[in-house]
Design a protein around this ligand. Structure first.
Ligand SMILES: Cc1cc2nc3c(=O)[nH]c(=O)nc-3n(C[C@H](O)[C@H](O)[C@H](O)COP(=O)(O)OP(=O)(O)OC[C@H]3O[C@@H](n4cnc5c(N)ncnc54)[C@H](O)[C@@H]3O)c2cc1C
Length: 597
């Protein structure tokens, strides 16, 4: 085992949260090393000529290496779990910058009621509306406490959007349901798409409040905290699954990581795979063990370990780090590790075809779209509906690339359109007729909530192993009747909007598709190492410190007790800022390993 000199902090990977931590900690004079399994990559030159759909979308160049380590899934305990062998449900990142490089950068703050979830719902509806077997709980931190950190992150990196609620005043054009902001968005919203405007017109006629989605993509030039001017979006269409070639899409590569490296106190070691967190007799972490590019085992001693490798990697690493002090893994003394696995509903309840119209969908990014929040969270009255939870609806945002476009065109009704198995036929006259309309479709997408249940969880698979022979992470997850009813209710609203849009032809999906890992379902998978108020209901405290090993700090969405119907990263990164502030203010590094208060 090769042992390196001790540093203050070692991080798993060099993604969004590790990059933020590296920037803030090195600014205080601390030393940080990131152990990253992928390679180094930078806006220039790596993303300069990357408009290559085969390389990045079809062959997943920026994504985690599933041939080395994948995940198994089963819908419930009665079914066998099987490994995901091809990319499907989730697309985590590899390489410096992590998933925050090939992400879509849609940037929602969670609603205030998403944080006091259990007490809010119980108070408003009583216990009866809460679904059977649920394990939802309040977060140990609320919207008001995170607000300054959301704001700081938005200003540090640049954010585009129309403010809907400024210090309690509802402003026209924005999301009227968002929590109060202390400052407006630094930049105006991105340009809307033609499809978005068509959706907005119909939604408004029905009494809803459409607005352009907020985004971590710059709508115009902006000088972020690094002092470097960055360009606004050019709407090239190569966004999700690509690094941004003009640096308009914020990531840890745009400001945080370069600033940390400039201090000389930060090092990223690439092509190094973290295998274990060793601990001392008292149960505190001593650093990180990893497999180097030389094929040898290394030990990086550190006073604090940041478990920042994305939800599934984080939970598995804690489970695999067994020792005398933590025989069932770090954070698992009370069986809390793996609890409250949640995902997100990401489906299209309706797709309309508008013959003779073109929407220029080859342009844009995932945020250049109108959304409505009228059925998100608990902004509407759930009395008598038979479910809790909600979701947002948004129209097609563009970003339609040649290969994906052909795959994504919905089944045409009529003779010869389907195979004997009912699959869309991808050859012949009916197929050709269908793709002629490639730019005339508008899907309405639903992104909806994933409440937590006792039976949805992560653990180690008893059968399947990774390239080192160690158990894979097993995901036991399925929708329940609560989500089926939630989907059906919101899908009906989407179909009413589509009625108003008056398509020539349409495909409706009034019922939720069964959960599986073959189809993309968003990479928003959460829980497993949740934060809470005490060790009996959580793995970590409100700062991500593992109760029984407080110098192990978990970051990212593994901390979420349950997940709202919104993209997670604003909250992931606000939580990171929140922890770093507490470490600074409470002088944590004077004696690392004590619980912050
Ligand atoms: C396709 C896609 C689209 C997305 N779109 C959005 C969006 O629009 N809005 C939004 O809010 N969020 C979005 N997300 C989610 C967002 O990217 C994540 O929330 C965010 O990147 C999480 O930050 P993190 O630091 O937890 O992990 P990451 O940024 O993923 O960083 C983790 C790093 O750790 C490394 N790592 C993991 N395990 C190991 C190991 N064992 N050894 C060494 N290194 C390791 C990885 O290689 C990676 O570089 C999207 C994600 C994907 C994949």
């Amino acid at each position: 085992m090769i042992e390196h000199p001790e540093v203050d902090v070692v991080t798993v990977g060099a993604g969004w949260t590790a990059g933020i931590a590296a920037q803030q900690l090195t600014a205080q004079g601390l030393t940080v090393v990131s152990i990253e399994k992928g390679r180094a990559q930078w806006t220039w030159p790596d993303f300069a000529h990357n408009h290559d759909e085969l390389r990045f979308t079809a062959r997943h160049e920026l994504m985690h290496e599933i041939e080395r380590e994948t995940w198994t899934w089963r819908p419930n305990d009665r079914m066998p779990s099987l490994p995901m062998r091809q990319y499907g449900a989730f697309h985590p990142g590899s390489n410096v910058g992590g998933a925050g490089v090939h992400w879509s950068a849609v940037m929602w703050r969670f609603l205030p009621t998403d944080f006091d979830y259990l007490s809010h719902h119980t108070e408003r509806y009583g216990r009866d509306l809460l679904p059977d077997g649920h394990s939802n709980q309040d977060w140990p931190v609320g919207y008001d406490e995170l607000e300054p950190h959301f704001t700081q992150f938005e200003v540090d990196t640049g954010m585009s959007g129309q403010t809907g609620n400024l210090n309690g005043e509802i402003l026209e054009g924005g999301n009227p349901y968002e929590g109060p902001r202390s400052r407006p968005y630094p930049l105006p919203p991105l340009a809307p798409t033609r499809a978005g405007l068509r959706f907005a017109e119909a939604a408004e006629a029905l009494g809803y409040t459409p607005f352009v989605q907020p985004s971590s993509i710059l709508s115009e030039g902006y000088t972020d905290m690094s002092g470097e001017p960055r360009a606004g979006c050019v709407y090239c269409g190569f966004c999700t699954r690509y690094g941004c070639h003009v640096d308009a899409k914020s990531s840890a590569l745009t400001a945080h990581i370069p600033m940390a490296l400039d201090t000389g106190r930060y090092e990223i070691r690439t092509r190094c795979y973290v295998t274990r967190i060793p601990v001392d007799d008292t149960g505190l972490a001593t650093g990180i063990e990893y497999l180097g590019p030389d094929g040898r085992e290394h030990f990086q001693p550190a006073r604090t370990v940041l478990v920042s490798g994305y939800t599934m990697s984080n939970v598995r690493l804690l489970m695999l780090s067994t020792s005398d002090a933590h025989p069932d893994g770090i954070g698992n003394a009370r069986g809390q590790l793996g609890r409250n696995a949640t995902h997100q509903i990401w489906q299209q309840p309706t797709i309309g075809r508008f013959d003779g119209e073109r929407f220029n969908t080859y342009m844009g990014n995932t945020s250049t779209s109108h959304a409505i929040y009228d059925f998100a969270g608990d902004v509407f009255d759930h009395s008598g509906l038979g479910f809790i939870g909600g979701g947002q609806l948004f129209a097609d945002a563009g970003e339609r690339l040649p290969i994906g476009t052909v795959e994504g065109i919905p089944t045409a009704q009529g003779e010869g359109a389907e195979t004997a198995d009912g699959e869309p036929r991808e050859w012949g006259q009916a197929f050709k007729d269908r793709i002629r309309h490639w730019d005339s479709y508008i899907p309405i997408t639903m992104q909806a909530e994933s409440p937590a249940y006792e039976f949805n969880r992560f653990d180690l698979d008893p059968t399947y192993t990774d390239f080192l022979g160690r158990p894979l992470l097993r995901i036991t997850f399925d929708w329940t009747d609560n989500e089926r009813r939630m989907y059906a209710f919101i899908a009906e609203r989407a179909m009413e909007i589509m009625d108003r849009m008056q398509p020539t032809a349409r495909v409706d999906n009034p019922e939720i598709e069964p959960y599986n890992v073959v189809d993309y379902q968003s990479t928003h998978i959460q829980g497993g190492a949740i934060m809470g108020t005490d060790p009996s209901n959580s793995v970590t405290n409100r700062y991500g410190q593992v109760w029984d090993a407080p110098n192990v700090v978990v970051t990212g969405a593994a901390l979420f007790p349950q997940n709202p119907g919104a993209n997670p990263t604003a909250t992931v990164n606000a939580l990171m800022y929140h922890t770093l502030e507490a470490m600074r203010e409470q002088n944590y590094f004077r004696a690392p390993g004590e619980l912050l208060s």
